[in-house]
Design a binder for this molecule. Structure first.
Ligand code: 13P
Ligand code: SF4
Length: 430
């Protein structure tokens, strides 16, 4: 099977019947860096989160030298391989499952956000960690690696629109309002529980992880969300879960929390758009955030897959809306999906609800199965897609010359409390 990028190019040229959600995807990502730099506004670029509004504080990638934009694929391949060989163990390249194949092929380690956080912590000998994922993952790697190590994000515009849906000012404002409802948020009741424990999804800024560390909270990933919620319920009467409403709702529902005890908190509305009585009864307060990639999956797609493929096994990521998770056979993190496919008997058929780069790679790696994406339209995660081999070649060749480009560095004042919440997460095994 061809890579997602090849499929997009064929689709845009009219050489295939598959459609893509944006013909702009066929262009070099630097076209959007240029746009952002010219207009002074950050954008997520084409792909699933194109419609999402990027906050003014979103990092903008400057233009990379023309030689990297003009180079052929073969030339970039030779340059990346040569730089990697020169740097040897001084550099480690980490790649998230959703990264494009043209970049993943250079990764020393490929995994989900939980595994990559552990990999960053384990690779203490490398002087530089080149993170081919998104901004919050690189921040986490910086906080878990040693102070001597430099973490590099090849394209600074590789953010996450969901992570940007919760910012520290809005979360602090929410916390202050919750204090008005529940009283002293540090006071424990007869069972030794505080009124509310903040839980942030890994897909959030370092500042929010720091907030959780400072307020008795914890970080979770999609692979350990249940363990983390259990941890939180042992310590608090309820949970404030941000930024992904869907992961929070799906996980808490599976643990038996009734939907009426999971009000939504919309950051721009007074009292989050809810009321005091509802907040008093709440077990999980869900932040109004979502992932535009996983929001594309629908129950109708699942019904179509079942109609077309008898015996199909439908697995979706828990960032999908609740009706989609309910209609699927299983839901789980990217690592769960990979392991389910690995363990299946040959000849199995899978319809998968997660990012297309991972689904297509799995289809290529496991030809003994039939594996396809529930969404018939090719619509990758916009921001992951901003990392192209040209940026990888640029950061690696710069390292060879002794220059660190695009370093992601979290200030210690944020990193110290954020590490507290992250270490709690790392201890909460999936
Ligand atoms: P994982 O935690 O499964 O790696 O997912 C990260 C992500 O960004 C999902 O959209
Ligand atoms: Fe963020 Fe969604 Fe992309 Fe994951 S897939 S990085 S949650 S926008």
């Amino acid at each position: 099977m061809s890579s997602v990028n090849t499929a997009i190019q064929l689709s845009v040229r009219g050489d295939s019947s598959t459609s893509t959600c944006g013909t702009d995807l066929a262009q070099g990502p630097w076209e959007f860096d240029l746009d952002a730099a010219l207009q002074g506004v950050p954008s997520y670029g084409p792909g699933a989160s194109l419609e999402d509004v990027a906050p003014a504080t979103t990092p903008v990638q400057g233009q990379i030298p023309p030689e990297y934009k003009d180079a052929s694929d073969a030339e970039l391949d030779a340059r990346i391989m040569a730089a990697k060989a020169t740097l040897g163990d001084k550099v480690v390249i980490l790649g998230h499952f959703y990264q494009r194949d043209e970049v993943i092929k250079y990764a020393d380690f490929v995994g989900d956000s939980f595994q990559l956080a552990n990999a960053a912590k384990a690779k203490q000998d490398a002087e530089a960690i080149v993170f081919c994922g998104v901004h919050f993952m690189a921040e986490t790697a910086d906080m878990l690696s040693t102070p001597e190590q430099a973490v590099i994000l090849p394209n600074l515009a590789a953010g996450c629109s969901m992570a940007d849906m919760a910012d520290i000012e809005s979360v602090e404002a929410c916390w202050a309002q919750l204090e008005e409802v529940y009283g002293d948020l540090t006071a424990t009741d007869a069972e030794g529980k505080v009124p509310v424990i903040p839980v942030t999804y890994m897909n959030s800024s370092a500042a929010l992880k720091g907030f959780c560390g400072e307020h008795g909270g914890i970080v979770c990933t999609s692979s350990n969300a249940k363990t983390v919620l259990q941890w939180a319920f042992q310590r608090g009467r309820r949970v404030l879960f941000f930024p992904d409403q869907h992961l929070g709702r799906n996980t808490a529902k599976a643990m038996g929390v009734p939907l009426e005890q999971m009000p939504m908190w919309s950051p721009r509305k007074p009292w989050g758009g809810t009321d005091e009585k509802t907040l008093q009864d709440a077990r999980v307060i869900l932040w109004h955030g979502f992932c535009s990639v996983h929001r594309r999956f629908t129950v109708a797609q699942i019904e179509q897959a079942r109609l077309n493929h008898q015996g199909v096994r439908v697995i979706v990521h828990p960032e999908c809306p609740m009706p989609v998770v309910d209609a699927a056979d299983e839901s789980g993190s990217t690592d769960y999906i990979v392991k389910a496919i690995q363990a299946a008997p040959a000849g199995s058929t899978f319809a998968i609800g997660t990012e297309i780069n991972l689904v297509n790679r799995l289809a290529a790696e496991y030809p003994q199965h039939t594996i396809f994406c529930l969404d018939p339209v090719i619509c990758p995660c916009s921001t992951m897609y901003r990392i192209h081999p040209g940026y990888l070649a640029w950061v690696l060749e710069s390292l060879v010359e002794g220059t660190v480009q695009n370093q992601i560095s979290v200030p210690e004042s944020t990193a110290v409390p954020a590490r507290v919440a992250l270490e709690r997460m790392l201890a909460a095994r999936p």
